[in-house]
Design a protein around this ligand. Structure first.
Ligand SMILES: Nc1ncnc2c1ncn2[C@@H]1O[C@H](COP(=O)(O)OP(=O)(O)OP(=O)(O)O)[C@@H](O)[C@H]1O
Ligand SMILES: [Mg+2]
Length: 296
């Protein structure tokens, strides 16, 4: 569960969000939308704890998996498989298993006994975390986002940017975190993988927030939409699916436009009255306060 209360986000001197609040728990499938540069990535980074809000509180409980819009460079020596398995603490155990089984072929006597007991210990730990079934679950997820077996054995440093981003996506989906924060997860995915991701997220038991330009993905997966309005620096929360949100937002925008033009009409009436009063010196003070009201 992640909850944010009264948070403020800034990009240098500019406010991106003022007094924003949201809460995400199990079963919440949120689409986060807003125009380019509105601050969606900044908001997600802040929810993930990678940066602090200028004001307000964020609390997290349970596990959180974050896919950044731009992948960071980490340890480039580890294999794609190791990176994915590390999400559930399996990478180190699998490495120990491989090392022990290699050594078993070339050792004898007492040393062999030692290696065999190392192997047995590693295997017991491996089984306790789900064992071969879990390893094959990781491989299935990897294949589904376009990472074949061959690529899984390669160190991250030898992979393309797109492949590395898919490794990060596979890792986060495999982690089974309570809340997923996905910033443009369909980038670098082909149509088949996007279809698979749509189904995967559609069946996800935890909560997630997804930033995506893929309206089909949003339509198939979300049950809430949060619109980060760059003009008002506010979050508009809609507890509904994608199509209902599109309709509701149109209604809201028409209403806001109407309210704005009403307010402008009232303001200009006040300004006219104030101008007339200012002409009479005795009413200058009243005119001033009227002008103030009009500005408001
Ligand atoms: N490190 C930074 N330093 C200064 N300004 C930044 C930094 N990172 C982002 N910004 C600015 O903050 C604003 C919000 O950026 P952000 O990446 O959060 O937007 P976004 O909604 O994710 O955009 P997009 O849809 O293009 O991904 C932009 O105006 C951007 O230029
Ligand atoms: Mg972004």
């Amino acid at each position: 569960m992640i909850s944010a209360a009264g948070i403020e986000l800034r990009a240098g001197p500019d406010a991106l969000l003022v007094d924003g609040s949201l809460r995400i728990g199990p079963g919440d499938r949120v689409g986060l939308v807003g125009r380019n540069g509105a601050g969606k990535t900044t908001l997600m980074r802040t929810l993930a704890g990678e940066t602090q809000p200028a004001a307000g509180q964020i609390t997290r409980s349970g596990t959180v998996g974050y896919l950044p819009q731009d992948p960071r460079t980490g340890d480039l020596e580890i294999t794609a498989r190791g990176r994915i398995l590390s999400a559930r603490g399996l990478d180190e155990i699998v490495t120990r298993l491989h090392t022990a089984s290699e050594r078993m072929g070339s050792t004898t006597g007492e040393a062999l006994d030692k290696v065999m007991s190392q192997y047995a210990r590693a295997e017991a730990e491996f089984m306790a975390l789900g064992g071969y079934a879990v390893e094959s679950e990781a491989a299935t997820i990897a294949a589904s986002v376009g990472l074949p077996e061959r690529v899984l054995g390669q160190p991250l440093g030898t992979l393309s940017g797109g492949q590395r981003r898919r490794v990060e996506l596979a890792r986060i989906l495999f982690s089974g975190a309570d809340v997923l924060l996905l910033d443009e997860p369909t980038n670098h995915l082909d149509a088949d993988s996007i279809g698979w991701l749509r189904r995967f997220l559609g069946a996800y038991k935890g909560g997630f927030i997804v930033i995506s330009h893929d309206t089909e993905l949003l339509d198939a997966t979300v049950n809430r939409v949060i619109h980060l309005d760059a003009t008002r620096q506010e979050l508009d929360a809609y507890s509904m699916g994608w199509k209902a949100y599109l309709q509701q937002r149109e209604v809201d925008e028409r209403r806001r436009k109407r309210e704005r033009s009403n307010a402008e009409r009232q303001a200009s009436t006040l300004r006219e009255q104030a101008e007339r009063m200012r002409a009479k010196a005795t009413k200058a003070k009243a005119a001033q306060s009227m002008l103030k009201r009009a500005d408001r």
